[in-house]
Design a protein around this ligand. Structure first.
Ligand code: HSE
Length: 294
């Protein structure tokens, strides 16, 4: 039997929610799976074409990893992979591949994994939970992961619209993580945590204005990464002047995500496109469903 898996992209961090908070968006990685004599993966479309030369891909790696956990072997399949969002732009593309792989094993082996178990397996592979968890649950998620244990709070309904601003260059998460400090002095850590606490509380109360104010105060990663994001300050200030609540670097960048009130995103997107030709702007919405199979 063949089937297809749809996994939403996501925007991680939301500023001070570093390595914890993530929001699923309505852009998807789609994998068509059909039984075959040997393992084959074909990446369709221009965004994914460059992956065709890789021997091992994250999707099959995650599928085999999941099967191994249960002492099972996967039957060979032919995969066709399609994506309607770009790779290495801070939109959680690797997380979508991992979650797709876990789900492929779940279905092929009839493992009947709970969301929580999928979340744990996917977090172990990705090492940080803030893209894989929203990709599995949909909506907004706040997670704690220490490399082994996972705690997640799921907020399914978020009343916000988003604009993703995507610059031309790619940025690899590994490189973007190397720019972060190893240590924060105790007083800075306390301040950074308080900022993050207020961010999360505001998000849960759907107070996006206050959440955005906290995004501007992030001490965990944006100060170290904004140098890779062209027109970082100008873009944020302009988005706010046009009616957005605020903005943050999406994941590890280089994209920026702007948060706007209901029915505002499309017109702000249009105006930003004229002002910042260096970027591609897209209006997106929260995904509420998470990974699903058809
Ligand atoms: N929290 C991760 C980081 C997300 O900022 O490095 C990467 O997508």
């Amino acid at each position: 039997e063949s089937f297809s898996i749809h996994v939403p992209a996501s925007s991680a961090n939301l500023g001070p929610g570093f390595d914890s908070v993530g929001l699923a968006i309505n852009r998807y990685l789609t994998v068509y799976v059909e039984p075959s004599k040997t393992w084959q993966t074909r990446f369709l479309g221009t965004e994914l074409n460059m992956l065709n030369n890789e021997d091992e891909n994250l999707i099959t790696k995650a599928a085999h990893f999941t099967a191994d956990q249960y002492g099972k072997t996967l039957p060979p399949c032919r995969l066709e992979v399609q994506s309607n969002f770009p790779l290495s732009k801070g939109l959680g593309s690797s997380a979508t591949a991992i979650v797709a792989g876990v789900e492929i094993a779940n279905i092929l082996l009839d493992l009947q994994l709970s969301k929580k178990t999928k979340a744990l397996l996917a977090s172990r592979l990705e090492k940080h939970p803030d893209n894989v968890i929203p990709a599995i649950y949909g909506g907004l998620t706040i997670s704690y992961f220490n490399g082994d244990e996972l705690e997640t709070v799921h907020v399914p309904d978020v009343a916000v619209e988003l604009i993703v601003a995507i610059p031309d260059h790619e940025l690899y998460t590994k490189q973007a993580r190397e720019s972060l400090p190893n240590l924060l002095p105790f007083n800075k850590a306390v301040e950074a945590s308080a900022i993050s606490n207020v961010l999360v509380a505001s998000l849960i109360k759907n107070n996006w204005k206050k959440a955005a104010a906290m995004m501007n105060r992030d001490l965990f990663h944006e100060p170290f990464r904004s140098k890779w994001v062209p027109f970082y300050d100008e873009l944020k200030t302009t988005a706010v002047s046009l009616g957005a609540y605020g903005a943050a670097i999406s994941g590890s960048g280089p994209s920026i995500v702007c948060f706007t009130p209901h029915q505002k995103a499309a017109s702000i997107t249009e105006q930003l496109s004229l002002l910042f030709p260096q970027y591609r702007f897209e209006t997106v919405f929260p995904d509420r469903k998470g990974v699903h199979v058809e």
